[in-house]
Design a protein around this ligand. Structure first.
Ligand code: NAD
Length: 267
């Protein structure tokens, strides 16, 4: 697929992207920079951060990159304070951080009975509490601007279940619930709050797991067979939806969960 940028869509905007990663969220950050936004990137993994920052900078925008744990609310407040000092404001928040589980050797998917208390605590801290902290940190600025776009990146596993995804399915579902209340509470401040909910797509992590994890491969193969569009998605196809939701093209949409899954899930 050839990337098509809407050159000025994000001109003058500042976007904060938490859990920028290597896949669809990184592609969204790069699209936003290509379309005129200055970006504030946050990730716990330096390598992911540096690669994303380099790609965003290649479009000539200002880029601030913070290696940080999104579960650390104090750190998030400091990042927002520094970013607003340097870039003037934050118009857009995209939150996509998901924890790398401690025993990733076994792959990110596992049956519920194998999940540990530690994994549940970390999933809560990164997927949900980190989102809460990020929203709290950017809200004062957005309310003052009387403008804002907040996009929570969930998963369709949160809405219809998916074998091996009890932890992220449950906590992303909580995030979807929170988004609906935020959408109602801050509509008066012209802040749109929405969810982009991907189905399986071919990120570097997914490709890597398909190559080395039998359980993972079986689940993904099984799901892909049921995708009406007949294939897995590409990261940039998720990014396109994230950027739409973060843009003024979505000005009359709030509190919604937007599936990007080739039709695998239809709600
Ligand atoms: N890949 C898929 O098929 C798929 C399907 C459905 C939903 N999603 C969702 O899409 C989003 C992006 O997925 P991806 O596969 O591109 O993931 P990714 O691994 O490329 O990105 C997630 C990033 O979060 C970072 N992170 C982990 N813990 C963190 C923390 N404590 N603080 C800050 N950053 C932290 C990781 O380092 C990683 O860079 C995620 O929210 C994921 O749940 C992905």
């Amino acid at each position: 697929m050839t990337k098509k940028f809407f050159k000025e869509r994000f001109e003058g905007k500042v976007a904060m992207i938490v859990g920028v990663g290597r896949g669809s969220t990184k592609e969204a950050a790069v699209r936003m920079a290509a379309e005129g936004a200055d970006v504030v990137l946050v990730d716990i993994v330096k390598e992911h951060l540096e690669k994303a920052a380099e790609e965003c900078r290649s479009h000539g925008q200002k880029v601030l990159a913070f290696e940080a744990d999104a579960a650390d609310g104090q750190k998030t407040r400091e990042i927002v304070e520094q970013a607003t000092k340097e870039l003037g404001k934050i118009d857009i928040l995209v939150y996509a951080a998901v924890p790398a589980l401690p025993n990733m050797k076994k792959g990110p998917l596992r049956p519920f009975h194998e999940t540990t208390d530690e994994e549940w605590d970390r999933e809560y801290a990164v997927t949900l509490k980190g989102f809460v902290s990020a929203v709290k940190a950017v809200l004062p600025c957005m309310r003052q601007l009387n403008y804002g776009k907040i996009v929570f990146v969930a998963t369709d596993a949160a809405r219809q279940g998916s074998t091996g995804q009890s932890t992220d399915g449950a906590l992303k579902a909580a995030g979807i619930g929170l988004v609906k209340t935020l959408a109602r509470e801050y509509a008066r401040n012209k802040i749109n709050v929405n969810v982009v909910s991907p189905g399986p797509h071919a990120t570097p992590l997914v490709k890597d797991q398909i190559a080395r994890d039998e359980f993972f491969r079986k689940i993904v193969d099984g799901m892909t067979k049921w995708v009406p569009l007949g294939r897995m998605g590409e990261p940039d196809e998720i990014a396109a939806a994230t950027c739409f939701m973060a843009s003024d093209d979505a000005s009359y949409i709030t509190g919604q969960t937007f599936s990007v899954s080739g039709g695998l899930s239809m709600f």
